[in-house]
Ligand binder design. Structure first.
Ligand code: SAH
Length: 339
């Protein structure tokens, strides 16, 4: 039987993780909330997300932006637009800007470095989430000023990974993560929860992998089927609660890291974001892409917030945060290690 009493450190075995993931999670969420409070406090870090290109060369089977999907109206923001949206985000108070896209190599080394340098002229932390690139690209982006990088492993089950990612390599994704760490990025990873034929055992392995990597940030999202993909209609109603359990256990196992209440959680459950903030999460990533691009960045359907201007609905978000006795941080929100 697992032991969920409050402790300073947790080192659950794979079997214990599986057992907890199979429980109802009630006790786990309570403990994760308390561990979150002790390790990272009541501050919430807001990261302003800009989705600057939905063009992608890959065919991740779960993703609505996969290259073969002809129903997507593809777009690319101009360098000026990206820099302007970032600047507006900084003026609205964001201390971190996140640039995310499909794997779009139009944004080559030089273009990315120009954009990074321009955004870093503001007093702001910069996170990239643009997929797999070479060591030299990651190095160039770091030298240009990028602080953090997000690249989810998605699943540590090699067979499932291979089925979900035709023509991609699990080993290369792992190598990307270790390259980013070596280059001194704050490194974020994470997984999808509820993919068809994903086992609870493999979710336990995912958590152990985050710990082994010593990830600085971990984003966990419930899988939400997209109608234009081969996984259309394959929604498991358990995805939200299972994702929440994986997230809460990640808080216990990794302690002082940053964990977002993901947009996918808010999309699949009307109160998902607040529930996540009360179960171990300490970060929110509002989408600050302006104009009608948001609806076109449809990795999954009905993405929460896609119909709103983030800079306008920010006030209501902050009110929600205050209503649970939490507050928005004034800092850039780097990981502060406690050991
Ligand atoms: N191209 C970048 C960014 C990917 S989009 C990269 O490869 O890292 C960001 C995340 O969205 C992905 O890592 C994936 O975990 C998640 N995602 C994609 N499709 C999804 C779906 N149908 N449901 C839930 N999350 C999804």
């Amino acid at each position: 039987m697992f032991d969920l009493t409050l402790k300073d450190e947790y080192n659950f075995s794979k079997d214990e993780l599986v057992e907890i993931l199979q429980s109802d999670g009630k006790k786990l969420f309570e403990v994760a909330n308390e561990v979150r409070r002790r390790k990272v406090g009541d501050e919430i870090y807001l990261r302003g997300l800009i989705e600057f290109s939905n063009i992608c060369k890959n065919n991740c089977q779960y993703c609505g932006l996969q290259a073969v999907n002809r129903h997507v109206e593809r777009y690319r923001l101009s360098e000026d637009e990206i820099i302007k949206f970032a600047k507006d985000g900084v003026n609205a108070g964001f201390k971190t800007i996140v640039l995310q896209s499909g794997e779009d190599f139009y944004f080559n080394t030089d273009r990315m470095c120009r954009i990074i340098e321009a955004i870093k002229k503001n007093d702001v932390a910069l996170t990239l989430s643009i997929g797999e690139r070479s060591y030299n690209d990651y190095k160039a982006f770091k030298d240009a000023g990028a602080d953090r990088y997000l690249i989810r492993i998605e699943t540590t089950d090699r067979d499932l990974y291979a089925r979900m990612h035709p023509n991609m390599s699990y080993d290369n994704r792992i190598e990307c993560l270790y390259n980013l760490k070596e280059l001194g990025y704050e490194t974020g990873t994470g997984c999808l929860v509820g993919l068809p034929n994903q086992s609870v055992e493999s979710l336990a392995d995912d958590i152990l992998f985050f710990k082994k990597l010593d990830a600085d940030m971990v984003g966990i999202g419930p899988f939400i089927p997209h109608p234009d993909t081969p996984l259309a209609g394959k929604l498991n109603p358990d995805n939200f609660s299972m994702a929440l359990k994986v997230m809460a256990l990640t808080r216990l196992m990794l302690g002082d890291i940053n964990i977002p209440a993901t947009t996918a959680m808010e999309t699949i459950d009307p109160n998902g974001r607040i529930t996540a903030l009360l179960s171990g999460a300490n970060v929110i990533m509002p989408n600050i892409t302006q104009g009608n691009y948001k609806a076109k960045y449809e990795i999954y359907p009905n993405k929460s917030g896609a119909d709103k201007e983030a800079l306008v609905y920010l006030d209501s978000l902050i009110a929600k945060i205050t209503s649970i006795q939490r507050f928005v941080s004034n800092s850039k929100g780097f990981r502060t290690r406690q050991h």
